[in-house]
Design a protein around this ligand. Structure first.
Ligand code: ADP
Ligand code: MG
Length: 413
């Protein structure tokens, strides 16, 4: 039987009217002949009674140090509430449905509480439910270890659940319902003119989400790519078809007639980045080694790394700046911190080997009087570090420069 995994994010399950829309989608899907498997997130965003942050605050506001095992246990409750609410609604409407926690659905993880890795998916329970015509409603974002501990998969982890189920159940596709029309050329919260992208490759979505576009979890994209499962992102509130994510070949086939693609596909950003610049003597290799080792031992993740003989430049997340500065003080080195920065990344598989992308980025930003503090690049992504308060201006300037507001056929005629 053809299976479709349908995942509903936090804002898609938080009201009775949204839940009824989900029920309608499930009934439509069944009528069309494909069997739906649902994955749900916790209801609502921060502040809502059963949202993940609210549950975590119940304990983190009581004690400074809460064991990660207990944190996962309490944070896993939000999705469990959602899956029971939805399965109950479906049953009340005459659609046979059954709620499953992550563990009950067969998702097995390692013991890395807080951002556990899925190591196995045992599909028997869900397959049995499907064979009996009962729609499984699975709690996203969580799993269970071999010895029965409940774990969570990290922020945005329900996307991972959806794709794992999609792969394990050999689903036709995974549909991710959210509060935007699909993958957009930039975060619509930053740029209202951002345009929906109809077709996009796994590789590009991975780069966008890895560089901060939280519309889908990068690990979910990786898994979808590995198993070649089409993923559709669409708005629960609306009738647009959304964005179809597939491999490049499929996309070419779909787009036949428009073989030319734009060089740049989209822009992503990461807020709350701090830049650290360390000055040191060219001879002091051992000190350099010790500093980077210590940062790693303290689990401080560093990014945008540019090393010169006498200058070491990199960025850390704002949350880690206190810890990082304490380490540099301990070593007694000469350093400078540039707080309140943002990283803007321009992504496109079409930029491979094409000269002039950096020149255009520089033009776009300098025309707006935006200083570039640092850059980094790979085959498909160029990132620039700028001051945080210039973020919206920078995204808008780059969006215009690369004509991202226009469709392919408008650019190529
Ligand atoms: P959900 O709770 O449904 O998982 P998320 O908040 O995780 O929803 O993801 C949807 C959000 O992702 C949107 O509200 C949007 O602000 C943000 N976003 C960031 N970059 C993009 C982008 N390029 N396209 C679409 N949405 C984006
Ligand atoms: Mg999400």
């Amino acid at each position: 039987m053809e299976i479709v995994v349908q995942k509903f994010g936090g804002t898609s399950v938080d009201s009775r009217s949204s839940q009824e829309k989900i029920a309608k989608i499930v009934i439509d899907q069944k009528n069309k002949g494909a069997f739906p498997v649902l994955v749900v997130s916790a209801m609502g965003r921060s502040g809502a009674p059963y949202a993940t942050d609210t549950l975590r605050d119940l304990v983190t506001k009581t004690a400074n140090e809460v064991p990660s095992r207990e944190l996962d246990l309490i944070m896993s409750c939000g999705e469990i509430i959602s899956c029971v609410v939805l399965s109950t609604l479906l049953n009340s409407m005459g659609v046979k449905a059954k709620a499953f926690s992550g563990g009950q659905s067969g998702i097995i993880t390692d013991k890395n509480f807080g951002s556990a890795n899925v190591i196995d998916f045992r599909s028997e329970m869900l397959l049995q439910s499907i064979e009996n015509g009962i729609v499984p409603v699975v709690a996203g974002f969580q799993g269970i270890t071999e010895d029965g501990e409940i774990t969570t998969l990290g922020r945005g982890g329900s996307d991972i659940t959806a794709v794992i189920l999609g792969a394990g159940l050999r689903a036709e596709r995974v549909e991710i319902y959210t509060d935007v029309d699909g993958i957009m050329t930039a975060d619509p919260r930053i740029l209202s003119e951002a345009r929906m992208i109809e077709y996009i490759t796994y590789e590009e979505v991975f780069q966008l989400s890895n560089e901060g576009a939280k519309v889908i979890h990068p690990k979910a994209v990786e898994i979808a790519m590995r198993y070649n499962i089409p993923v559709v992102i669409k708005n629960l509130n609306g009738s647009l078809p959304g964005t179809l994510i597939t491999s490049f070949k499929d996309r070419d086939a779909i787009m036949s007639g428009y073989k030319k693609s734009k060089i740049i596909t989209g822009i992503a950003h990461t807020m709350n980045v701090s830049q650290i610049v360390i000055k040191m003597s060219e001879e002091d290799k051992l000190l350099e080694e010790k500093i980077f080792r210590k940062l790693a031992d303290e689990h401080i993740s560093i990014d945008l790394i540019n090393l010169f003989p006498d200058l070491k430049v990199f960025t850390v997340n704002k949350d880690c700046i206190g810890k990082s500065v304490a380490i540099l003080k301990d070593f007694g080195v000469d350093y400078k911190v540039n707080e309140d920065c943002a990283k803007v990344s321009v992504v496109g598989v079409g930029m491979r080997g094409v000269p002039g992308v950096m020149a255009k980025i520089i033009e776009a930003l300098y025309e707006e009087g935006i200083d570039i503090l640092q850059t980094s690049d790979s085959h498909t992504t160029i990132s620039v570090l700028i001051k945080k308060d210039l973020l919206a201006k920078a995204v808008s300037a780059l969006h215009r420069k690369f004509e991202l507001g226009k469709r392919e056929e408008e650019v190529f005629g």
